[in-house]
Design a protein around this ligand. Structure first.
Ligand code: AR6
Length: 173
């Protein structure tokens, strides 16, 4: 069965098959990890994102879904863009949509026969999802995927601080 690994660091530095971007529905860049990924990948990334079909005006990737592009100047081969839910108390399907981000990103990785994928803590920055609950969803959804699928073989949760990593370590015990 595939393995889960918790790391602390900058996701843009990881030489993996795919890093996941916590994007917004327009997919044309933003702040946080999205901004860091676009800066490191170079202008070609935004051009590739523009090529992704809009499902409705201004929406290339609806919340909970995922889209894939090359990684361009990144050490990662691909970027899987997903859009987490904005936290608004938990009663608006946030948990299901956050689980959808992990599941749909893992599915895209499997379809592209990718072995290693790294996730940031989707929705836990600007979108204000409680970090403990987000880590639980990340770990449980990934464990379930790995139980029933052979790819990807290695899933890295790339946390921006030791304190963030603790939320994931707490899930593993
Ligand atoms: N490597 C790993 N993790 C990082 C990095 C990095 N280089 N930079 C930030 N983080 P956020 P969201 C962590 O706000 O909440 C953007 O403007 C950060 O500490 O990037 O899903 C988009 O365009 C936090 O734990 O994403 C959207 O509009 C986590 O990444 C919106 O923000 C996610 O924080 C998405 O908000």
């Amino acid at each position: 069965m595939g393995e889960i690994e918790i790391q602390v660091g900058d996701i843009t530095k990881l030489a993996v098959d795919a890093i996941v971007n916590a994007a917004n529905q327009r997919m044309l860049g933003g702040g946080g990890v999205d901004g860091a990924i676009h800066r490191a990948a170079g202008r070609q990334l935004v051009e590739a994102c523009k090529q992704v079909d809009e499902v409705r005006p201004g929406v290339r990737c609806p919340t909970g879904q995922a889209r894939i592009t090359p990684g361009f100047n990144l050490p990662a081969k691909f970027v899987i863009h997903t859009v987490g839910p904005v936290w608004s108390g938990g009663g608006r399907g946030e948990a299901e949509r956050l689980a959808g981000c992990y599941q749909n990103a893992l599915q895209l990785a499997a379809e592209h026969e990718l072995t290693t994928i790294a996730f940031p803590a989707i929705s836990t920055g600007v979108y204000r999802y409680p970090k403990d609950q987000a880590a639980e969803i990340a770990v449980l959804t990934t464990r379930k995927w790995l139980k029933y699928h052979s790819l990807p073989q290695r899933v890295i949760f790339c946390c921006f601080s030791e304190a963030d990593a603790d939320f994931y370590h707490n899930q593993s015990t």
